[in-house]
Design a protein around this ligand. Structure first.
Ligand SMILES: [Ca+2]
Length: 432
């Protein structure tokens, strides 16, 4: 009897876990052709937003499944959003997940999403629209390569105090943010934890718990001199000597004419016996009380908040960003209350196609390399045909020159990147 009861218990337990079905608030994988255009709204706040196009890009793991929204025009703002049924994350985990692929070798541009309350006017979404959470990678030059995790708390946007580095290669990467009702959080990249902690510790939502007591003052007689001059030390009687003396070795020149030149005086030289200014030696201060430490008190401004994580309304996901070099593909958006489900979906989507995507890019690069080799070979043979030895020498020189030019061009491009960086930084600052 006991033997059969155990499996029954397991059955009952798994039935219970089936009943607690995860909530999926949004799942967008762009697998139904042009239908996404009915789900995504382009903002009309500005007239010259860049266009999103549906594509799997230059290389991919699966020609259909890897289709996502790609930024298609350089140096543009992008603003599109998609609505889902309004929900609150009260008492439940919140999981936000999506893939980003910077296949264009991004120089400067956002790769993040914003989650808005449902009262957002999508047609007017812009950089000033109030959002709840902003999450995802942001790259600008070599200086900015980070994952933003920004929360709006009581009307003010707060950046995370930790530095989370984002991926900067050309492949698809999976970004996940988990916010728990115990006010803890976790950030994952490619289904691996890269950061975690508590909302209160890692953002400045609340004022500090303890502050320096404004009433406390250092007592006037507090002696915090660790060393003092020895009062018993006396200057030796023979200490004082002149700093300079007449040179004892100098002699009046033979042709010195006192009528003409005046009275002869030897030049002054440094006195070897001069010891400088006398100072008493330092001793331990017998009255030393140690460094004065400003006492701390509980901050009257501080009130704990058990609901930092909580938002009353989520209703829209938005891509509101700036890109210098376009080509980023966003895909596999998922918003759920179940971290385990998100992990599984990540493995089923990004996890399944990432290796094939890498393979395709590598074989494309291999083909490119071969093509360049063949072209070089052909050029060399043509040159050979014209004039045997002279031409071959010339060509080598030419090649060296071309290489130099290439380097210069690259340097110019890097300079441009730095200028762009200032642009995006100031944009973000305005927003915050
Ligand atoms: Ca897709």
């Amino acid at each position: 009897v006991a033997m059969t009861a155990l499996p029954l218990l397991f059955l009952a337990m798994s039935a219970a876990s089936v009943l607690a079905e995860p909530a999926v608030y949004l799942r967008e994988q762009f697998e139904d052709g042009d239908a996404w255009t009915s789900r995504w709204v382009e903002s009309k706040h500005k007239s010259d937003y860049g266009k999103f196009v549906l594509t799997a890009g230059k290389f991919y793991g699966d020609a259909e499944k890897d289709k996502g929204l790609q930024t298609s025009q350089d140096a543009r703002f992008y603003a599109a959003s998609s609505r889902f049924d309004d929900f609150s994350n009260q008492g439940k985990p919140l999981v936000i997940q999506f893939t980003v692929k910077h296949e264009q070798e991004i120089d400067c541009g956002g790769g993040y999403i914003k989650l808005f309350p449902s009262d957002l006017n999508q047609e007017d979404m812009n950089g000033d629209s109030t959002y709840n959470i902003m999450f995802g990678p942001d790259i600008c030059g070599p200086g900015t390569k980070k994952v933003h995790v920004i929360f709006n708390y009581k009307g003010k946007n707060h950046l995370i105090n930790k530095d989370i580095r984002c991926k900067d290669d050309e492949y698809s990467h999976l970004y996940t943010l988990i916010v728990n009702p115990d006010n803890s959080y976790e950030v994952k990249i490619d289904n691996k934890k890269v950061e975690s902690g508590s909302l209160e510790d890692d953002w400045d939502f609340l004022p500090p718990k303890r502050i320096k007591d404004p009433e406390a003052k250092k007592p006037e007689d507090w002696d915090d001199r660790e060393k003092i001059p020895d009062p018993d030390d006396k200057k030796p009687e023979d200490w004082d000597k002149l700093e300079t003396i007449p040179d004892p070795d100098a002699k009046k020149p033979d042709d010195w004419d006192e009528d003409m030149d005046g009275e002869w005086e030897p030049p002054m030289v440094t006195n070897p016996e001069y010891k400088g200014e006398w100072k008493p030696k330092e001793i331990d201060n017998p009255a030393y009380k140690g460094k004065w430490i400003h006492p701390e008190i509980d901050n009257p401004e501080y009130t704990p908040d058990a609901d930092i994580y909580k938002y009353d309304s989520f209703g829209v996901i938005g891509l509101d960003l700036w890109q210098v070099k376009s080509g980023t593909i966003f895909d596999n958006f998922l918003i759920t209350d179940d971290p385990k489900l998100a992990e599984e979906v990540g493995n089923e989507t990004w996890g399944k196609t990432k290796d094939a995507e890498k393979k395709m890019k590598e074989s494309q690069e291999e083909e490119e390399r071969k093509k360049r080799e063949d072209e070089d070979k052909m050029r060399r043979e043509e040159a050979k045909g014209e004039d045997e030895e002279e031409d071959e020498k010339d060509e080598e020189d030419e090649e060296e020159e071309e290489e130099e030019e290439g380097k210069e061009q690259q340097l110019d491009e890097e300079e441009e990147e730095e200028e762009d960086e200032e642009g995006i930084d100031s944009q973000l600052k305005d927003e915050l």
